[in-house]
Ligand binder design. Sequence first.
Ligand code: DAH
Length: 339
Amino acid sequence: MKELIRKYLQEASRFEATGPDELEAYRIKYLGKKGIIPELFSRFRNLDPSEKKETGKLINELKELVSNRVREQKEKLETTHSQSSAIDLSLPGEPYQLGSRHPVSIVKNEMIGILQRMGFTIAEGPDIEDDWHNFTALNFPLEHPARDMQDTFFIEKNPDILLRTHTSGVQVRVMEQNEPPIRIIAPGRVFRNEAISARAHCIFHQIEGLYIDRDVSWADLRQALLYFSKEMFGKDTQIRLRPSFFPFTEPSAELDISCMICGGKGCPVCKYSGWVEILGCGMVDPNVLASCHIDPKMYSGYAFGMGIERTALNIYQIHDLRLFFENDIRFLNQFKSAI
Ligand code: DAH
């Protein structure tokens, strides 16, 4: 019997479990109710007393060895198991999604950068504006169609409060609070009560510019716009100013640039005219200066305002304005390299 136990001792000490099932089978084989060790103990009872001492020692040795082995192997399996599930170096890495700037932001940042280099600083005003800053101080007659419910989102309970229809109202806020010289730009979101289509949206972005000082002239305006256009659209860009009307400027004009796509030869972007309209501008109307407590006899100035989406549409030759607002990743990803 001692020989048999020694054989078990050897066998049991060599055991290495490759999984929990195998380990459990090993435990049952030796320690289970009908296992080897209980069986040895029952045989031990019938042994000759002279044999008992040594045999008993061997059985206890076997029991201890198997118990230790089960405990050790269990711990080993648990740590290798948790390690392998936490870090599997053969798995592909977590994909790291790089974002991209929105095309409207790219164009806006570029415009801001150029205008800042020209000496303009950024001013801000609220999206929710009052009638005075959006219309009245800007010389809009009471019956002007822009005040109409068709174009403006009014706040129902108080028609004096509205969502600004342009960034020109920031001019008023700045002039009310500052003495000339004033040289600011106001980028921001504007709102119009318009049907959404490929060319129009109820939310879009503008940048307003304002320069007020002594003796500011039309030539200053023209030169500033020429410099801006060349920086923004390329050094060969030509400009032309077409007479126009805005209540807050007199005289007023619209600025066209030679088409940034075809250089003036004619293409779908310029509708084969060679020219693309970029912004509205003019000399600040004396009524506006007076409304903001700036003496029109002492000071003059120019202002301009441009739509950012419209320019982005032209630069990137996008045919539908709505794409800017849908946040479709497939569309936005195309501007990764443009940052
Ligand atoms: N506020 C005008 C618009 O939303 C754009 C504009 C035109 C701004 C002429 C100006 C300006 O400052 O002088 O259509």
